[in-house]
Write a protein that binds this ligand. Structure first.
Ligand code: PMV
Length: 286
């Protein structure tokens, strides 16, 4: 008897942080995944294989699986703690694996509701965009007021993800913005307006290249919000100087990854690797 579940990671294309305050945002599932395999075991449920030794994995398993009777194997091609939705991806993979173990499929609503429990535990007051994207796949406009989403016709979009080399803590960053909300409200609203402009372009059939001016502005506003870092700013400038139409942090910031929109993603990745910046092509995933 076995249960298997798989879920992608994600990038936030526009609107991180503002989405916590009711603004719509755009995200896209990417072709890096977490896979979970469940087999029976005597005694308490426990992780027997994992990509990293981290108490958060244990906690996620405790929140989403029965306390006894399962051996859990976790495999991942998704960098962890880089704003790529690794916790949401693990949560949804666990929900799918348990359903598969029980001989059924987990539908979107079940994945969303159960993963929200884990996301609240890890992120405090999450908007839900991470696990909505991971559970639905593809590219979407996420409306936190539903919460609901609308699919976006982004086709086979290929972004470049450049790793800043450090992890940002989503809970700390979101709380930091909240603590300064009286002075930051207009920046949050400006990010919301930029996201609406991106959404209008994409829903009209445009590409991320058409939305490049707004994506660049989004990064400027994220800096004004205080969630960018010197390293991220330097990587953004580096990517723009090498022909990227736009580059911005993706996710909570404070580290994590920079996403770049470039005509030749493989060339930019090769260039980044040559310059000592870990990078990969992040393609949209179903
Ligand atoms: O967990 P991350 O790094 O992908 O960030 C999530 C996006 C935020 O807008 C910062 C938080 C949220 O819950 O939407």
């Amino acid at each position: 008897m076995k249960g298997r579940g798989k879920a992608p990671g994600k990038v936030i294309v526009t609107g991180e942080h503002a989405v916590v305050y009711g603004h719509r945002a755009v995200a896209m599932a990417i072709d890096r995944h977490t896979e979970v395999e469940l087999t029976p075991r005597d005694g308490p449920t426990s992780i027997v294989e994992a990509p990293i030794d981290d108490a958060r994995l244990q906690r996620c398993v405790a929140l989403l699986l029965p306390p006894d009777g399962l051996a859990v194997r976790i495999r991942s091609t998704l960098p962890i703690g880089r704003g790529l939705g690794s916790s949401a991806s693990l949560s949804v993979a666990l929900v799918r694996a348990l359903a598969s173990y029980e001989g059924r499929d987990a539908r979107y609503d079940e994945c969303f509701e159960k993963a929200f429990v884990a996301e609240r535990h890890f992120h405090g007051t999450p908007s839900g965009i991470d696990h909505a994207t991971v559970a639905s796949g593809g590219a979407l406009v996420f409306d936190p007021k539903g919460p609901s989403f609308e699919r976006l016709p982004l086709g086979d979009t290929r972004l470049v993800a450049i790793d800043s080399g450090t992890a940002g803590d989503t809970k700390v960053l979101v709380a930091g913005v909240r603590a300064r909300m009286s002075e930051l409200r207009s920046v949050i609203d400006d990010i919301g307006a930029v996201s609406e402009a991106v959404i209008a372009r994409l829903l009209a059939g445009g590409t991320l290249f058409d939305a490049a001016p707004e994506l660049r502005e989004n990064q400027r506003l994220l800096s004004a919000l205080g969630v960018s870092t010197e390293r991220i700013d330097a990587l953004v400038a580096w990517a723009l100087a090498r022909g990227a139409a736009a580059a911005k942090l993706s996710g909570a910031g404070g580290g994590g990854i920079v996403i770049a929109v470039h005509e030749d993603p493989e060339a930019l990745v090769a260039n980044a690797l040559g310059a000592g910046h870990p990078a990969f092509v992040a393609a949209s995933a179903a």
